[in-house]
Design a protein around this ligand. Sequence first.
Ligand code: TYD
Length: 139
Amino acid sequence: MTSIALKNCWIIDLPVIRDPRGNLTSIEANNTVPFPISRTYYLYDVPAGTERGGHAHKTLQQVLIALSGSFDVIINDGQTEKKETLNRPYCGLYIGPMVWRELKNFSSGAVCLVIASKHYAEEDYIRNYNQFRANDGKN
Ligand code: TYD
């Protein structure tokens, strides 16, 4: 785990089993990711110049991994904003509750795997930035 000085965010160094036949990385619930895994999804075929995200979650925990290609994640905990470029399939970005995130600058062929602690629930989203800022001190 590498701290990135932002509340509820850090980098997870995933294990790599190096092999001349090809490398292997595993992800284990409650171990390499610090929560029970309820859902995974992935973003792909993202057109150049398109942005994703633009929201925070009240309780959801997620880990984002660039399985292929690269993209930037702008994370903002209400106090500090940082840009993390994800471009390695053995590097996970943990994003906990109450962090505003925007995903941009997707490379051609980029695939963003998201591992999530809960099933999809629209009521867990905060999609309005002013509402996020009004609530960001409460978690
Ligand atoms: P959203 O989370 O806003 O996408 P992103 O943050 O990657 O830009 O979700 C986009 C749409 O997809 C929205 O209508 C909700 C739907 N959706 C699901 O049905 N299930 C899911 O697991 C996710 C993540 C989204």
